[in-house]
Ligand binder design. Structure first.
Ligand code: SAM
Length: 285
């Protein structure tokens, strides 16, 4: 088994292995007691940017050797860390938040597990979860989709691929690209509730919701600074209790009867032929 015994408690000598350590996403007060313990007692810290992690460790009064491990790290660099983790306690951190979540670490954790090296995780701040919890959007089903592609066509394709998923969608976004992405969302999803969570846990934390068009208007007038989590609530038309006539009428405003029937069938699970017949009736009204 590839686990650290759960009975290991704070401040006991650390067993060898790889420790995935979440760090704050802005507010240093969000560092966990376990994170302080592991970062103070490990043998070395693998990190994306040694300057960023150096500052955090200094703040915590922990002085540990740093090993650079970023997106460009070679497979060999990962294997070297895994080999060290056989006999030493190696902490893995990213610049902020939970490692692996739109951050380096996946290949390292996979290699460690495959090598039979103990892997344990120290949960903590994660912008996606922080944004979701304060957005007021449904959270019983959500899908984290990371960063959207920067190019317009690829971004529109990615959004279209996610369009029919009956869940709140969560993206990471940057200030300069926010309005473009909101415009692309507005074209596809004019009625979905969208939320922008900005500067989470920091002085100017805010969460604003509305339609994509409303938010695009706001952020065009007030260009956003800082870090952003962008979320879109589940598709309105895929709710199982939605009125199929209403969905058909709406779809018929932009598409042929056969296409409208196919779309509503996908969203509701109702037989496409029945919807086609009903669509013809509605069109004739
Ligand atoms: N691994 C990190 C985590 O657990 O949240 C995310 C790393 S990813 C490279 C950085 C992105 O996360 C930013 O571009 C932004 O979209 C989001 N982010 C990070 N900190 C944030 C914050 N304080 N407020 C809002 N979004 C944040």
């Amino acid at each position: 088994m590839n686990t650290i015994a759960p009975e290991q408690t704070l401040s006991e000598p650390l067993r060898p292995g790889l420790y995935i350590v979440a760090t704050p996403i802005g507010n240093l007060g969000d560092v966990t007691l376990r994170a302080v313990d592991i970062l103070s007692n490990c043998d070395a810290v693998a990190c994306e940017d040694t300057r960023v992690t150096g500052k955090l460790l200094k703040h915590l009064g922990a002085h540990k050797p740093l090993i650079r491990y970023d997106d460009h790290a070679s497979e060999q660099a990962g294997l070297t860390i895994v080999e060290r983790a056989r006999t030493e306690a190696i902490a893995l951190v990213s610049d902020a938040g939970t490692p692996l979540i739109s951050d380096p670490g996946y290949r390292l954790v996979k290699a460690a597990r495959e090598a039979g090296v103990a892997v344990t995780t120290l949960p903590g701040a994660c912008a996606a979860i922080a944004g979701l919890t304060m957005s007021g959007l449904p959270n019983d089903r959500f899908l984290f989709a990371g960063f959207l592609p920067a190019k317009e066509k690829a971004r529109a394709d990615a959004l279209a691929e996610l369009a029919s998923i009956n869940a709140t969608l969560i993206f990471y976004e940057s200030g300069p690209r926010l309005v473009k992405t909101l415009n692309a969302m507005g074209e596809l999803w004019p009625t979905r509730e969208v939320a922008v969570a900005r500067e989470l846990t920091k002085l100017y934390e805010e969460c604003r919701s509305g339609t994509a068009a409303e938010l695009a208007e706001h952020y065009t007038a007030n260009p956003p600074k800082g870090e952003i989590v962008l979320m879109a609530g589940p598709p309105v038309e895929s709710a199982s209790d939605a009125d199929p006539d209403e969905l058909l009428r709406e779809a018929l405003t932009t598409m042929k009867v056969s296409q409208a029937a196919a779309q509503v069938a996908k969203a509701t699970g109702i037989d496409r032929k029945m919807l086609y017949a009903r669509g013809m009736e509605l069109k004739a009204e």
